[in-house]
Design a protein around this ligand. Structure first.
Ligand SMILES: *[C@@H]1O[C@H](CO)[C@@H](O)[C@H](O)[C@H]1NC(C)=O
Ligand SMILES: *[C@@H]1O[C@H](CO)[C@@H](O)[C@H](O)[C@H]1NC(C)=O
Length: 260
């Protein structure tokens, strides 16, 4: 009886031992703070919706991935079926940069204006893939230094989804909010593309859901400086804290950033 108990207890210790040691206290870990990468996909950099401004964010995001330890990282990807509602090519007589009025999927009397874009982020294409430097860094971190959660959004043919939390009609939510809750996250550090669209939508939903939201201004870009500036002003009005990487790192030192 006693021997059995000891054997069971010993095997429990052996089983639990490595688990306990796999999560050591780390002075680099930004407790309760998640890094959120919005749509850093080829199409938004040098693909069909590319902008010469976009690639400037890459060194900043690489630094956030390399020099900091995160209890949770989320990376979203636009993930559109062919003939998606946001593609100008899917609507007769519609133009790139224009918009069409569409009905809500669950409430035909309600409408919204859907902006129209070139076809982008279609699964199976190069443009839908995360930028290679971002992807390789995430692969290095995954399951080893940080849990990485990928969100493929806007898969619904008839509703677009700028936010990584939910579609534009709040018809369906993604798993982001529940994953953040599971990891006891209360603050999200938002980076990525495009400031006035998916970064804006994610940041606003983050505020609505009760998170502290920090936007790293030099780790996000838009189609123009004016577009970015207007989006940032609006987000500040929502209570989003906007900081550059230097200032954010100064407030969140780690040994890697030299201030620790
Ligand atoms: C859609 O845009 C048109 C023209 O800008 C505007 O008159 C209309 O009120 C908008 N509809 C919605 C639902 O926002
Ligand atoms: C970051 O913002 C601060 C102001 O808060 C400014 O003094 C500094 O020059 C900025 N640094 C960079 C690299 O933009």
């Amino acid at each position: 009886m006693k021997a059995d108990f000891l054997r069971i207890a010993a095997s429990a210790v052996l089983t639990l031992g490595p688990l306990v040691h796999a999560v050591p206290y780390s002075p680099h870990l930004h407790k309760s703070v998640a890094l959120v990468l919005i749509d850093i996909q080829n199409d938004f950099i040098d693909g069909s919706l590319g902008s010469p401004r976009a690639s400037a964010i890459l060194p900043k995001v690489y630094k956030l991935l390399e020099d900091h330890e995160w209890p949770f990282i989320a990376a979203s990807q636009d993930w559109h079926p062919k003939d998606h509602v946001s593609f100008a090519s899917a609507h007769a007589d519609s133009q790139l940069g224009g918009s069409v009025e569409i009905s809500f999927v669950d409430s035909p009397l309600k409408t919204e204006n859907q902006s129209l874009y070139a076809d982008h982020c279609v699964p199976g294409t190069w443009g839908a893939q995360l930028e290679s430097g971002i992807q390789s860094r995430l692969w290095d971190l995954e399951g080893y230094r940080a849990p990485v959660h990928y969100i493929k959004k806007a898969q619904d043919h008839s509703v677009d989804s700028y936010s990584a939390f939910a579609d534009n009609q709040y018809h369906r939510f993604t798993t982001l909010h529940s994953e953040l809750s599971l990891h006891s996250i209360n603050t999200i550090v938002v980076t990525g593309l495009i400031t006035s669209a998916c970064v804006r939508g994610t940041s606003i939903d983050g505020i609505k859901l009760g998170y502290e939201v920090i936007l790293i201004e030099d780790a996000t870009e838009s189609f123009s400086a004016e577009d970015k500036e207007n989006a940032i002003k609006e987000l500040q009005g929502w209570g989003v804290q906007v900081k550059n990487l230097t200032d954010w790192e100064a407030e969140h030192p780690t040994s890697a950033t030299g201030h620790y």
